[in-house]
Write a protein that binds this ligand. Structure first.
Ligand code: DAH
Length: 344
């Protein structure tokens, strides 16, 4: 019986040693230590042994059983440790792997241009103002020296909501609104960017809705030369120091005298090309000295105060600056167009 037990022990330890998984190990445990296993079998046959032999075999059987159980436990621990090790290795995160790029948005080209122009005028002491897009006939026209029936109203085909309310056709009403709001009639130096609306058929250079930036400077002794200086600085900062400006006589009911400002064509440097229609100059904006009637209607005494005003279209400025050939690109949101103007 002794030999039988030793042989069983050897055999079991061998199998424990060979086991490579927890499942195999469990099978060994059931096979050798289970109720139907060979060791239990041996113990069952102890009744047939002599009194002297019984404790010896009993002790040996328990020892063998203990040895096998110990071997299984330690093997179990080592298999578990190896499995954990393997799992850790397989699931290691490589933190050096480059991340996936997160697509981010950026400001629209028009937003960037408006902000650039704002910054430029803020640098010259202007503040930024806003006004409503749904405007009264009074502010959109009348307060700007365009009484009902004035032929110049036809220059700006309008979207009327009622007889007295319309979508503003330009940002000029903000001139009148700003001056009206100044209770103490102190000097005004502001720009106003915003959307404007006209009953136009959309094409490469026209849109029924577009953007304008208005400028107004009212103070004592404001002169045409101040206007020219401010516009010259604007043109050079926006389009390059080598640009020249010229003021041409024009007509706007709210300014007297009125001018249109051209910059020298940067494509041909004034030589004449298709961009400037062979003239060497490109029209950028309208401007002039604020009409005394406009000052008066807003409560400013034209004998004491004078001022200049200007109005420009940022779309046109962006088109010239970046060579965009169709104004509709600003509104159709083709991501391929917009992306070209993101810094990131
Ligand atoms: N409001 C004019 C327009 O929409 C542009 C303009 C011209 C604004 C002359 C001015 C200005 O302030 O002085 O066509």
């Amino acid at each position: 019986m002794k030999e039988q037990l030793h042989a069983l022990e050897k055999e079991a330890l061998q199998k424990v040693g060979d086991a490579t998984s927890l499942k195999e190990l469990q099978d060994v445990r059931v096979a050798y230590l289970g109720k139907k296993g060979p060791i239990t079998e041996v113990l069952r046959g102890m009744g047939k042994l002599s009194k002297e032999e019984r404790p010896i075999i009993g002790e040996l059987a328990n020892k063998v059983r203990g040895n096998i159980a110990d071997a299984i436990d330690s093997k179990k621990a080592s298999i578990e440790a190896a499995e954990l090790e393997k799992q850790l290795e397989e699931e290691t995160i490589d933190v050096t792997l480059p991340g996936r790029p997160v697509p981010t948005g950026g400001p629209h080209l028009l937003t960037s241009i408006v902000e650039e122009i704002e910054d430029l005028f803020i640098g010259m002491g202007f503040e930024v103002r806003e006004g409503p897009e749904v405007e009264t006939d009074y502010y959109n026209f009348e307060a700007l020296n365009l009484p009902k029936g004035h032929p110049a109203r036809d220059m700006q085909d309008s979207f009327y909501i009622t007889e007295e309310i319309l979508m503003r056709t330009h940002t000029s009403p903000v001139q009148a609104r700003t001056m009206n709001a100044m209770e103490d009639k102190r000097p005004v130096k502001m720009i106003c960017p915003g959307k404007v609306y006209r009953r136009d058929t959309d094409d490469a250079t026209h849109s029924h809705q577009f953007t304008q930036i208005e400028g107004l400077y009212v103070d004592k002794n404001v002169r045409m030369s101040d206007l020219k200086g401010v516009l010259d600085r604007f043109a050079k900062q926006m389009f390059g120091q080598e640009r020249e400006i010229r003021l041409r006589p024009s007509f706007f009911p709210f300014t007297e005298p009125s001018v249109e400002m051209d910059i020298s064509c940067k494509v041909c440097n004034g030589e004449g090309c298709s961009v400037c229609k062979q003239t060497g100059w490109i029209e950028i904006l309208g401007a002039g000295m604020v009409h005394p009637r406009v000052l008066e209607m807003a409560g400013y005494d034209p004998k004491v105060y004078s001022g200049f005003a200007f109005g420009m279209g940022p779309e046109r400025i962006a088109m010239l600056k970046y060579g965009v050939d169709d104004i509709r690109h600003f509104y159709t949101n083709d991501i391929r167009f917009l992306k070209q103007y993101h810094q990131a």
